[in-house]
Structures are given as structure tokens and as C-alpha cells.
Design a protein around this ligand. Structure first.
Ligand SMILES: OC[C@H]1NNC[C@@H](O)[C@@H]1O
Length: 466
């Protein structure tokens, strides 16, 4: 691998930026099982709701699926070497529940555990710290056939799964993330149905969200029980800072609604032990089936909050009617702004402002940015590397915001770029590329993009400064 730490990619300002971060700050990259692994029918892996959703005509771009993806299942050595060559301090990945418990509960598939054993050992051998997400959306199909996350029993099945994994990996894994983005699982999967399992029922979204959070709370002590004393357990939420487009009262009202729906729906139960006042009424829905003790379980103390952030929300108040919390109108694309291939505004201060808000409003002892990145049109001409200056600029400006947030008191301990490599972007299939490494799917060749070289150079400059 050619000198990947080619710091000539960096400006003097970049070198200054690297030095702005405190000693011990963690630099990593993130992926998820269904998005990169492939090996969908191998070694006892069961089916997930994303296998089923992908196989349903019309659900995923061009009918694409995760059967092969980036073939990571067969490329552990190559990919851990790639991570090492980039100089990553940590790697965030997720465990495919259907590899471990093909039926969702009951019989353990040891070949599935063996795969993650090999991955963890490979990372540790290269000095890369594993950050393990236990659930990144690939619910075993049999559990969905019983109702999935709208059923309370799924929360208990999840906690059992978490314990099985912690028992096997807890002697080496000390950083655990229970769930990735339960908001997406609940609202995109059960509310509007653009994600698996494709249910369109807003009440079901509330019920699923509650049981996802319950599963989180049930799992935390069981993970701790099988992990080393210095382990830390947290959860990753997708959050976005909400801005007012103007000073009108209806805009202020809608900013609060958007914040409740996008952020506080999960932040408040997990970090404050209660749902946001009036939230269900604002949605025009009933409360989910909360049982005595649930909120105490859901708000069990955690060691860090993982924050996934890509853009901001800019709200312009509705005048003609009182909107529902999930129907607030966002400002139309701003001509002067930049947008990624996902249609998300590039607004670097949004990540900084989000971290500062969390620090001010919630008693979080530690924060990690567990995902941040961008999809742009990346092309590879079959040789050399992939030029992606817009992604370099996206990373540079968002990382600069992190330094400001830390300076202003945010307890930020690390950053994981999304993503290590191009991968299956859910309903968008492979049409959207988020990687700092390009995947040529026909050949499965890994090609480090300009952003990958830049990120590697930044990490090298950071390490040299400490
Ligand atoms: O949309 C980009 C990413 N967002 N967070 C969850 C990941 O699975 C997505 O690929």
C-alpha cells in the first residue's frame, strides 16, 4: 500500500486543526453489518428484515440488496489492513443479529460468533479499538413475523441477543453501543415504511420506538455483566440541530415541534427518564404501551451518547394550520447552500451547535460523533485514486466545528467518519457513496479516495502532535 499518510494533502490550516484536538481524542471510521458484509446466506446466517425488504419489488433502488455488498465477510484481513494503513484508532461496526441467533432467539450459531471473534482479534492485533454496535437495523425475520419492534417481547429478545454477544466478545470489547438510530428503525421502518420492515403506521412507530428504548435499557446491565470493568456502554442517536428561519411565533412553535420529533423523542426518555411533555398529543397519537418501570429501565445510566449527524433542520413556521410534530415544514433548498447526493444541506456549524446543545441541555458525561460524512458523486477511472474534494471539504469543516465545540466545553471524546467504505445505503442501494474508500463493486477493489488520504494525513498529524 503506497504511503497512505501522504500529508501533502493537508494545508497548514489542517495541521493546525489536527493539533487543536486534545491528547487521547479518538479517530475512527464506521460501518454496519448489512451494509458491507455480504455473505448473506453463509455459515448459518438467518434472514433479516432487510433481506426481506430488499427482496420486495420497488423498495430498494434498482432492486439492489446486501447479498454481496462490499464482500467484507470474506475480506477481513484486507479490510483490517486497510484500516491500519489509514491510521484509524478505532473502528465502529455492527453485529448481524441473524448471524448469531438465526431465529432471533434460542439456538446460537457459533459460526456467526466466530466471524466477529476474528474481526475483533484482527483489529486488536493492529492496535485498532473495536466499537461494537449491537443493533444496526438487521432484525431477524422470525421476530418480525411475530410483529417485530411493535411487540414488547422483541425488547427482551434483543437483551438476550446482546448478552450472547457480550459473553463471547466482552473479554476484548470494552466499547458497546446498544442501538444505532432507533428513530430511523421506528419512524422510517414502522411509521412511513421507507425502511424495513416497511410498515406505514405512525402509532406503530411510537410503539416500536418505546420497545427499542426498552431493549436498550434491558441490555445495558447484561452487557456490563459480561464485559471488563473499564468497559463503557452507550447508545447512538441520529440528531440534528433545529434552526428558525425567522422570528415569527409560528416558526418558534414549529422549531419546538421539530426538535421534539427529531431529537427529544429519544433523548428525553433515555437521558431524562420521561417522554417530552405533550409529545403524543402533538403527534395526534396515543401514548405507546408504557408499563410501570419502563422509563426507569430506559433511562438506566449510560457512559456516553453516540451522535450521528449529517445536516441541520431549518424550519419555517406554518401559518395556515397547526402542524403535527412530524409534519413541520422545512425550508426549501437554499440556492446559496451546498447539498449532498442525499439532498442534505452541507452546514458544518450544525454539528458544532448540536454538540453544544446536548452539553447544555443534557447531563451527558461523554459524547462521541459516531457518524458524520457525506455522499457525493464519486467516479473512478480504473486507475489512480478517486478525487472527492467536496468530501474533503465536508470533513475538514465539520471536524473544525468539533474543535470549537470542545473548546466551548463539549465532552467530545472521539469522531467516526461515515463511512470507511462505500456500502449499501438502504433504500438507495449502492447509488449513494459515503466512503473515504471507493468500492468498485464488480471487482470488489478498494480504492482510497482523496478524502481517505486527507483523513489519514490528519490522523498522522494528530499523532505527531501528541
Ligand atoms: O445515511 C447515512 C448513514 N446514516 N446513519 C445510518 C447509516 O446506516 C447510514 O448509512
Amino acid at each position: 500500500m503506497q504511503d497512505i499518510h501522504n500529508m501533502s494533502q493537508l494545508t497548514s490550516a489542517d495541521l493546525e486543526l489536527a493539533r487543536a484536538f486534545p491528547e487521547g481524542f479518538l479517530w475512527g471510521a464506521a460501518t454496519a453489518s448489512y451494509q458491507i458484509e455480504g455473505g448473506a446466506f453463509e455459515d448459518g446466517r438467518g434472514s433479516s428484515i432487510w433481506d426481506d425488504f430488499s427482496a420486495t419489488p420497488g423498495k430498494v433502488f434498482q432492486g439492489e440488496n446486501g447479498n454481496v455488498a462490499a464482500d467484507h465477510y470474506h475480506r477481513l484481513a484486507e479490510d483490517t489492513e486497510l484500516m491500519s494503513s489509514l491510521g484509524l484508532g478505532a473502528y465502529r461496526f455492527s453485529i448481524a443479529w441473524p448471524r448469531i441467533l438465526p431465529e432471533g432467539r434460542g439456538a446460537i450459531n457459533n459460526a456467526g460468533l466466530d466471524f466477529y471473534d476474528r474481526l475483533v482479534d484482527g483489529l486488536l492485533a493492529k492496535g485498532i479499538t473495536p466499537y461494537v454496535t449491537l443493533y444496526h437495523w438487521d432484525l431477524p425475520s422470525p421476530l418480525q413475523q411475530e410483529g417485530g419492534w411493535v411487540k414488547r417481547e422483541t425488547a427482551f429478545a434483543y437483551a438476550d441477543f446482546a448478552e450472547v454477544v457480550a459473553k463471547r466478545l466482552g473479554d476484548r470489547v470494552t466499547n458497546w453501543i446498544t442501538l444505532n438510530e432507533p428513530w430511523c428503525s421506528a419512524y422510517l421502518g414502522y411509521g412511513i415504511g421507507i425502511h424495513a420492515p416497511g410498515v406505514q403506521d405512525r402509532q406503530a412507530a411510537l410503539d416500536a420506538g418505546h420497545h427499542l428504548m426498552l431493549g436498550h435499557g434491558l441490555a445495558v446491565p447484561r452487557i456490563r455483566a459480561h464485559s471488563a470493568p473499564n468497559s463503557q456502554v452507550g447508545i447512538t442517536l441520529n440528531l440534528a440541530h433545529v434552526y428558525a428561519n425567522d422570528e415569527r411565533p409560528e416558526t418558534q412553535r414549529d422549531v419546538a415541534l421539530a426538535d421534539a420529533f427529531s431529537n427529544r423523542w429519544f433523548l428525553d426518555p433515555i437521558l431524562r427518564g420521561h417522554y417530552t411533555e405533550g409529545f403524543f398529543e402533538q403527534l395526534g397519537l396515543n401514548a405507546p404501551p408504557v408499563q410501570d418501570g419502563d422509563l426507569a429501565t430506559i433511562s438506566t445510566p449510560i457512559d456516553f451518547l453516540g451522535v450521528n449527524n449529517y445536516t441541520r433542520l431549518l424550519v419555517k413556521g406554518n401559518t395556515e394550520r397547526i402542524p403535527l410534530a412530524d409534519q413541520v415544514s422545512l425550508v426549501a433548498p437554499i440556492p446559496s447552500a451546498c447539498y449532498t447526493e442525499m439532498g442534505w444541506e452541507v452546514y458544518p456549524n450544525g454539528l458544532r451547535d448540536l454538540l453544544l446543545r446536548l452539553t447544555k441541555d443534557y447531563a451527558v458525561s461523554k459524547l462521541y460523533v459516531t457518524e458524520n460524512g457525506a455522499a457525493f458523486k464519486d467516479a473512478w477511472n480504473g486507475n489512480g485514486h478517486v478525487s472527492d474534494p467536496r468530501r474533503v471539504d465536508y470533513l475538514r469543516t465539520h471536524i473544525a466545528g468539533l474543535a470549537e465545540a470542545i473548546q466551548q466545553g463539549a465532552p467530545l471524546r472521539g469522531y467516526f467518519v461515515w463511512s470507511l467504505m462505500d456500502n449499501f445505503e438502504w433504500a438507495e442501494g449502492y447509488s449513494k457513496r459515503f466512503g473515504i474508500v471507493y468500492i468498485d463493486y464488480p471487482t470488489q477493489k478498494r480504492v482510497v479516495k482523496e478524502s481517505g488520504y486527507w483523513y489519514a494525513g490528519l490522523l498522522k498529524a494528530f499523532n505527531q502532535a501528541h
